[in-house]
Design a protein. Structure first.
Lengths: 349, 453
């Protein structure tokens, strides 16, 4: 059992990292579209400056998740592959349009507007579809009949729980990304962009929490098993809520290094990321041992033990090799004042 | 169409579209790296400009290559869950390691492009080395899965259950090196000839002897040298690949050559079409004894024919044509670079005749076609199996039905992306001409890499 737990923890780790990076990625794409017609506040610039170097790295994580599922839990990959054919294909189609047009919009300056609209809109739909994987794994919409598995799309898209998840995904995407961009614009000393993103975060924070509560309410009706198990960790959920409040508070505290500016966005980003970490820990723990309820568990889907050990060894080796690369990357794009404070109207592609 | 056929068509379309970008995406970084190194050696600014322009093209191609690669990787699970269940248990390592190669490529590509002006030259070169290495490694690793499909090992199947899994034995399956080598070498060939195409086309459109003409001529010569070397290496390796087929997948070789009867002193059929009824290659040229020699280095090598296998396990017979087309294109590319070399170095002519120039223009698209033919040959030639003699394609496919609509949607998106990528490329390079970049490079303090008009 220990190896299965280790494996599902690795997978959960990938999912969490991707969830955070993807919300920032898709959110930044969306904001860059929203503020396209207000060049003076530089909000679009800041978003693009974050997005341009990071989208490829973010995209690699989704491939990492898919690969982790089929290499760690091949039998789950069989079920998920079968039932996710339609939603998965839709995600892929949107992802293709989004990434390609994101690149195109940076290359073809004159057509930047229409191209940005295409990538921004397709991008914001992706988190809504991606998160649908979660309610699907709760099992209500999967028919396991005589060895064949299929997804009941009609039931999925008439379920309030599904819409609560979609709403949560989109509001969280916008919330987390506006928080991050607030921090990023403050570091870039784009104070107008900062105040815009700070305002967006203040509006979206409560909405995302409301959506999270809505998920709990609908979960109670549709997947009682996971609801009850989540409530077993009520203290952690409350702690998560506390982190949310701390994040909110951080946006109103006076800035440490800048006089007359409200907010410590860096603290807010950290607190809110931890908030999501705590909440997804509770959710993930309650989901165990099922990968797809009630047929596929981490034990029944687990790969061959010798394969697992080989893969796990590459995780460690890969991490050791990649870690310095990530640090260097971070220092060049997140922490280098020369990059953050370049005052050019045309950002690099 | 049956759902199996639609699933195959859908996945085949995805791969057929993706490999254009993937192949150039492996080949182009080597060209960029060569140009950067030449710049450091010669201090000739033309080379840094080449590197910059190829980098821009590479970035645009990645915009399609990355999402289509993501599609390919995910569609494996969506369309072929039965196949991926086996692969997940036995052959997950290459996928897993490929992820790290992706990360390295993505991280250092961003560093190379967006931090070019902030990092020292040696770091720029190192970043490019990592990009090229990452691209090379992902090609090699994903090809390894393909190699495993042809020469599976590292597990046993007892009563339908997979047992005795040895993931590293599966990883180092017999055809890994030769197959992966073929893909990597042919990708470098293709990357070089794609550059040669553009350079030759531009030379035809630019007055002889001008600054811009000389710029393109340097690019052409560089790409012909690299293309020539790698096309020759591809051919050597291709010969070895064929011998591997002879040893491990004889029916694939038999179908590739249109050979029905097992025989020594087997003839090599070039061209023509295989006829199932009369069991012969029609309208082809036969070279006596040649196939036996190619397969086993001696004329009396016995080459197994299709009739030794049950007909339902035959690969489709049209693979003979694909195989010939691939080999034909490869040979043509070698010939082309040889002639160019002789013309330029031995006859000391400084201009190529127009006919040559148009042949160079054709070389890039031909190389890409050669890649397509090769992949279609390699994958349809393995039918009816996804894992040779272990798992059939019919047992691999999803149980979901009504795949037709998905096929149409994906084909539509590929068409849109294919057209858009051409337009964006044309637009960008029309806006940023070679002259613009030369001017930027000659002025200090004007960023070359970050420039966009």
């Amino acid at each position: 059992m220990a190896e299965e737990l280790l494996a599902i923890t690795v997978l959960w780790g990938f999912v969490f990292i991707y969830a955070v990076m993807a919300t920032m990625d898709f959110g930044a794409g969306f904001w860059s579209m929203i503020y396209l017609n207000r060049p003076k506040i530089k909000a679009t610039n800041v978003a693009n400056q974050y997005l341009s170097p990071t989208w490829e790295v973010t995209n690699t994580f989704i491939v990492a998740i898919v690969v982790a599922v089929y290499s760690l839990f091949p039998a789950a990959a069989y079920t998920l592959g079968t039932v996710l054919l339609i939603p998965g294909s839709l995600i892929l189609l949107l992802l293709a349009i989004r990434s390609a047009f994101l690149v195109f919009s940076n290359i073809a300056e004159e057509y930047r507007k229409p191209l940005t609209y295409v990538s921004g809109i397709s991008g914001i739909l992706i988190p809504g579809l991606l998160i649908s994987v979660l309610p699907i794994t709760h099992g209500n919409f999967v028919d396991f009949a005589d060895g064949r598995q299929s997804l009941d799309l009609a039931r999925l898209f008439t379920s309030p729980n599904e819409y609560a998840f979609i709403g949560f995904a989109i509001s969280s995407t916008l919330f987390l990304s506006s928080l991050l961009l607030a921090d990023y614009s403050k570091a870039s000393e784009e104070m107008e962009a900062y105040s815009v993103y700070r305002r967006d975060a203040i509006i979206l924070g409560p909405i995302s929490i409301a959506m999270a509560i809505l998920i709990m309410f609908t979960l109670k009706k549709e997947a009682l098993w996971i609801y009850e198990k989540m409530l077993e960790d009520l203290p952690v959920l409350l702690f998560s809520l506390g982190l949310f409040l701390l994040g909110g508070l951080a946006l109103f505290l006076p800035s440490v290094n800048k006089k007359g500016v409200k907010g410590i966005p860096r603290l807010a980003v950290v607190a809110v990321t931890l908030q999501y970490l705590a909440a997804s820990y509770v959710y993930g723990k309650a989901h165990l041992p099922y990968i797809v309820y009630p047929e596929v568990t981490i034990a029944s889907a687990f790969t061959d033990p010798s394969s697992f050990r080989a893969i796990f060894a590459t995780y460690i080796a890969g991490f050791l090799i990649l870690f310095p690369g990530f640090i260097y990357f971070w220092s060049l794009f997140m922490n280098d004042k020369r990059y953050l404070r370049q005052k050019q109207t045309k950002e690099p592609t | 169409m049956s759902d199996l056929l639609i699933a195959r068509s859908l996945f085949g379309t995805t791969m057929g579209f993706h490999i254009i970008f993937a192949t150039i995406g492996v080949g182009l970084p080597l060209m960029m790296l060569t140009a950067e190194l030449l710049y450091q050696k010669t201090k000739d600014q033309d080379y840094v400009i080449m590197a910059k322009r190829w980098t821009k093209a590479f970035a645009v191609l990645l915009g399609v290559g990355i999402p289509t690669g993501t599609i390919a990787g995910t569609q494996l699970s969506l369309l072929w869950p039965g196949f991926m269940e086996v692969i997940g248990k036995v052959m997950a390592l290459p996928f897993q390691i490929e992820i790290y190669a992706f990360f390295i490529e993505a991280l250092f590509m961003s560093i190379y492009v967006y931090a070019a002006e902030r990092i020292p030259p040696w770091m720029r070169i190192s970043s490019l080395v990592f990009v090229a290495l990452g691209a090379f490694a992902s090609a090699v690793l994903i090809t390894n899965v393909h190699a495993f499909e042809g020469t599976p090992q590292g597990f046993r199947i007892v009563d339908g259950e997979i047992v005795d899994v040895d993931p590293w034995a599966a990883f180092f399956n017999p055809s890994f090196f030769v197959t992966a080598g073929h893909v990597a070498l042919s990708a470098y060939t293709t990357g070089a000839f794609v550059v040669a195409s553009v350079a030759a086309f531009k030379m035809l459109r630019t007055p002889f002897g001008t600054r811009v003409y000389n710029f393109h001529k340097k690019a052409l010569m560089l790409s012909l040298i690299i293309g020539g070397v790698f096309s020759f290496l591809t051919a050597l390796n291709g010969h070895e690949s064929a011998q591997y087929l002879h040893e491990y997948q004889p029916e694939k070789l038999a179908a590739a050559e249109g050979l029905f009867e097992t025989q020594s002193y087997a003839p090599l059929a070039i061209g023509g079409f295989t006829d199932r009824e009369t069991q012969e290659v029609k309208w082809g040229i036969e070279i006596p004894w040649a196939l036996s020699f190619l397969a086993g280095n001696s004329f009396d090598t016995v080459v197994v024919g299709l009739n030794d296998f049950p007909e339902e396990e035959w690969p489709p017979l049209f693979v003979h044509t694909l195989f010939n087309a691939m080999v034909g294109i490869g040979s043509l590319l070698i010939l082309l670079s040889l002639v160019a070399f002789v013309w330029n170095k031995f006859l000391k002519k400084d201009r190529f005749p127009r006919f040559f120039m148009w042949a160079f223009v054709a070389s890039g698209p031909l190389a890409v076609l050669g890649i397509e033919f090769g992949w279609i040959f390699a994958c349809t030639g393995r039918q009816p199996w996804t894992i040779y003699r272990v798992l059939s394609t019919a047992d691999s496919v999803t149980t979901a039905e009504n795949l037709g609509i998905l096929f149409i949607l994906f084909a539509l998106i590929y068409a849109v992306l294919g057209v858009a990528v051409v337009f964006v490329m044309l637009y960008y390079f029309k806006k940023n001409t070679v002259i613009d970049d030369i001017n930027r490079a000659e002025q200090k303090n004007v960023p070359l890499y970050g420039s966009n008009t």
